[in-house]
Design a protein around this ligand. Sequence first.
Ligand SMILES: Nc1ncnc2c1ncn2[C@@H]1O[C@H](COP(=O)(O)OP(=O)(O)OP(=O)(O)O)[C@@H](O)[C@H]1O
Ligand SMILES: [Mg+2]
Length: 202
Amino acid sequence: MFISFEGIDGSGKSTQVDVVAEWLHSMGREVLVVREPGATPLSEAVRGILLDAPYSIDPTAELLLFCASRRQLVETVIRPSLAAGTIVLCDRYADSSTAYQGFGRGIPLELVEQANMLATGGLQPDRTFYIDISIEESQRRAQRRGEQRLDRMESAGAEFYDRVRTGYHAIAIHNERFVRLDGTEPIQGIFEKIKDTIRQYL
Ligand SMILES: Nc1ncnc2c1ncn2[C@@H]1O[C@H](COP(=O)(O)OP(=O)(O)OP(=O)(O)O)[C@@H](O)[C@H]1O
Ligand SMILES: [Mg+2]
């Protein structure tokens, strides 16, 4: 089973990935957690460029970097793991490019889809948990976490995030694999809903 987690910064993706992985482990399942961009040496190097570059990156170049990172991850880690029967939990996946580079940066969605197809070879998650919070809540959580220095994506501004969030809503409506969760509910409540969905698969 291949599961991805999506949502704007601070929505609670990594929090849920952690508890879901622990729960699956406790039931004796093989679980692999990966994050995007990252999780392979090449992908982590690309992550460094994408999040920390001290120069501006052309939006399409940005999309291609995310997709290069994704391609390496899919081919060297995700596909072999799924073939071995491992449950793969992915902290962000191709929908992030649609939301951020497509809706956020304004790259035509057909092009983003083509780039994603090249990267994934058509490999889609069985379920995507979309954790939704408002832009204000995202900013509150960033402040609470005491983030002194914003990374390149995080410093893009509120209008950008508004477009990204609108994009996620649009993607969620058009894809049956999406499960939308209210990210302002307690962590445990969100976790219970995720468990209910995953149980139907196991
Ligand atoms: N349901 C929740 N209610 C309140 N706070 C939460 C909830 N889920 C997570 N948090 C808190 O919000 C912050 C961000 O959570 P987390 O790191 O899981 O988000 P994320 O989506 O992985 O963010 P990023 O995109 O920046 O990696 C953390 O301090 C976490 O403890
Ligand atoms: Mg995270």
